[in-house]
Write a protein that binds this ligand. Structure first.
Ligand code: CA
Length: 282
């Protein structure tokens, strides 16, 4: 397999500090004083029911995740970068993608072109505004036509599919530990607890060009798609996620997933988008 390693400046600096033992200790940010309960957004259209929920988590002072919701388009963006960089990047990716895909017929080409354009916009934005330097975002979405599901993915947010009782991760994480795991240099267990598990190898907006993972799946009755940020998968095991999704309506499942991530520590922002194909009416 041919896996490219690509790092932005920020992650390279972190790697250098880590290799030379200079990685600064991670101090948790103080909790927010007033917390607004997060609200699930429910969408019913085109034979499916979707539920989207984002939550600041238990330790972060801001939510740098953004939910993506357009015409039959659902996903998450998980921003990174100091000051307002993270929020600017994830919100920019969300708004850019939603508007670029509006009114378009779902296809791999349209998705690729839109990811490219969104990347270019964010890249230019940070070239022009020094305070946004180093910003970037993950972007993982599903976009549904009448018969197909188009998946676009960059970064370490994830797309999962629950089909016929089988729950699987559809996307590959573009993270340092996942690359090392695929190369056989880390075990799955080592990757789960690695101090550098947050370093991502691909992001939207960090470089002039972008390499987007694109996939197509058939739409099937009863399928459930989950798109989520690492604030969920870093806190809750795949097994627990599967159990929650299998046993609940999407609206309830979204709440329970966020609750499980908070109980697991809630060390990061948590975002989930659940899309369930409804069974045909009798
Ligand atoms: Ca995150």
């Amino acid at each position: 397999m041919n896996h490219k390693f690509r790092f932005n400046k920020e992650s390279m600096d972190r790697i250098k500090r880590f290799m030379t033992g200079e990685e600064p200790p991670q101090t948790p940010e103080p909790p927010q004083e007033e917390e607004q309960p997060s609200q699930v957004e429910v969408v019913r259209e085109g034979g499916l029911c979707a539920a989207l929920l984002t939550d600041i988590g238990c330790v972060r002072v801001s939510n740098q995740d953004a939910l993506v919701k357009g015409e039959m388009l659902f996903g998450v963006a998980d921003g990174m970068g100091g000051h307002n960089g993270g929020e600017t990047a994830s919100a920019g990716a969300r708004d850019g993608l939603v508007s670029l895909l509006e009114g378009k017929q779902p296809s791999v080409d349209a998705l690729r072109t839109a990811f490219k354009a969104v990347n270019h916009r964010l890249f230019l934005q940070q070239q022009e505004d020094e305070s946004l330097s180093g910003m970037g975002t993950t972007l993982s979405v599903v976009w549904l036509s009448e018969n197909y599901v188009y998946i676009g993915h960059v970064g370490d947010s994830r797309v999962y599919l629950l089909r016929d009782g089988e729950f699987r991760q559809v996307t590959d994480d573009h993270s340092l530990v996942a690359e090392l795991e695929r190369l056989g240099q880390l075990t799955h267990e080592q990757a789960l607890h690695h101090p550098m598990k947050n370093v991502i190898t691909r992001a939207v907006g960090t470089e002039e060009t972008i390499d987007t993972d694109l996939m197509v799946e058939e739409r099937r009755k009863g399928d459930t798609w989950l798109i989520c940020s690492d604030g969920l998968t870093g806190m809750v095991s795949d097994k627990s996620i599967e159990a929650i999704i299998s046993a609940n309506e999407v609206e309830k499942a979204a709440e329970l997933l966020v609750e499980a991530a908070r109980k697991g520590g809630g060390r990061d922002n948590i975002s989930v988008a659940l899309v369930r194909e409804e069974e045909a009416a009798e």
